[in-house]
Design a protein around this ligand. Structure first.
Ligand code: HEM
Length: 380
């Protein structure tokens, strides 16, 4: 709100990315995200925006995916996996997602009468689902959890070194998994990528690694924040929790509001300005960089009435939590269903679930672009 008082587009300085404009209104954010010819992910010559020169070269392997590409490469890559995330395919997965959520809810207090809901539940459900979709063995999940934690704990130079070494290991691991799929086939999206590779021409080996990396990251951490943020709001206010638990057909609308209110992804990727432009009255120059601030769009009163209030029956609900335009979140259907299943399974199994500490004692991770619950201690 304080940035919005300055203007709809404001110049700021970010670690690593450097000087960048950020949007503060819904309209400005939507315009940046929708106009993918004017606001691109790459500069002329295909250089990625926001990757500094000093970043180790191998990091570029991870940045060869649809979310870092403009057309026509973006569609070339997205169309390979699009089918698996369509509404029909996701609805077919729903009973299975529900079963995973039920099992995790049953096991929540297996190690004691108090549990961290982030590590034992909110992180486990999306990770289990995306690993199964990709065809990655359950035994390897602890590796991804360690990797997710190394990103979340990126607060020091040592943390950065740990992240780099973790990414090197991740790259070796993904290369090996792809090789296994090439030799032995198998189920899931990794096997599908290999099939497409064998047909020739549509995807390179680096793009395959980057695709799996993107799906693992985008498909798990984001939904973790949605689930933990929603559960936190419901535990803070048992009246809301009981209202929702009395009729689970309300869960779809409620999750839509949690998406807006929690804003699990707070910023878009930085975009490169292709030519001088007037963005909501602010002059941006060719070569500038701009980021859509999703959380500010979601809290803009021009888009929604009383946006600072959590209203689980809000309709219409205008939010940009999944972005918009050509990069609109591929996993939006999946994330919504995971959110609904997670809440229903948890509060059906533990109707009297409580926070183990005062809400003000909850530990948040706050860095530019990131606001997430680090630990959510609960008791049955
Ligand atoms: C793109 C948010 C869950 C896969 C995006 C973008 C946002 C977003 C904001 C666009 C970023 C930009 O334009 O810079 C979220 C949120 C989620 C979620 C808030 C959960 C609550 C998922 C899941 C998957 C997924 C479950 C499944 C694999 C992707 C992919 C893209 C994407 C592949 C890139 C799409 C493209 O470039 O065409 N997501 N996401 N996301 N998301 Fe999600």
């Amino acid at each position: 709100a304080s940035l919005r008082a300055v203007g709809p587009v404001v110049a700021t300085k970010f670690p690593i990315v450097g000087r960048v404009w950020v949007t503060t209104t819904y309209e400005a954010a939507a315009r940046v995200l929708k106009d993918s010819a004017l606001f691109t992910l790459r500069r002329e010559g295909g250089v990625l925006v926001g990757l500094p020169w000093w970043m180790p070269k191998f990091i570029a392997t991870f940045a060869n995916n649809m979310l870092t590409m403009d057309e026509p490469d973006h569609t070339r890559l997205r169309s390979i996996v699009d089918e698996a995330f369509r509404r029909r395919a996701v609805l077919d997965m729903e009973p299975h997602i529900r079963a995973i959520a039920d099992r995790l809810a049953d096991e929540l207090f297996a190690a004691g009468s108090r549990a961290d809901l982030v590590q034992r539940y909110a992180r486990m459900l999306p990770l289990a689902v995306i690993c199964e979709l990709l065809g990655l063995p359950p035994a390897d999940r602890p590796k991804f959890i360690a990797w997710a934690n190394s990103i979340a704990n990126l607060t020091s130079a040592l943390g950065f070194l740990r992240l780099i070494s973790g990414m090197m290991r991740m790259r070796r691991y993904l290369k090996a998994r792809l090789q296994v799929a090439r030799e032995q086939g198998g189920e899931g999206l990794i096997a599908e990528l290999v099939r497409v590779e064998k047909e020739g021409g549509r995807i390179t080996p680096d793009e395959m690694i980057s695709m799996v990396f993107l799906l693992l990251g985008a498909g798990s951490e984001t939904t973790t924040h949605l689930i933990s943020g929603s559960v936190f709001e419901l535990l803070k206010d048992p009246v809301r929790r009981d209202w929702l638990a009395a009729d689970w057909s309300r869960a779809g609308l409620a999750v839509e509001e949690f998406l807006r209110f929690v804003s699990p992804v707070q910023f878009s990727k930085p975009r490169y300005v292709r030519q001088d432009v007037d963005l909501e009255g602010v002059k941006l120059k060719k070569g500038d960089r701009v980021m859509a601030m999703i959380v500010a769009a979601n809290l803009d009163k021009e888009a929604n009435e009383c946006p600072e209030q959590l209203d689980l029956e809000r309709r219409p609900n205008r939010h940009l939590s999944f972005g918009t335009g050509i990069h609109f979140c591929l996993g939006h259907q999946l994330a919504r269903i995971e959110g609904i299943c997670a809440l229903q399974a948890l509060f059906t199994r533990w109707p009297a679930l409580k926070l183990a500490v005062e809400p003000s004692q909850i530990h948040w991770r706050r860095r530019p672009g990131i606001r997430m619950i680090a630990e959510l201690p609960v008791v049955a």
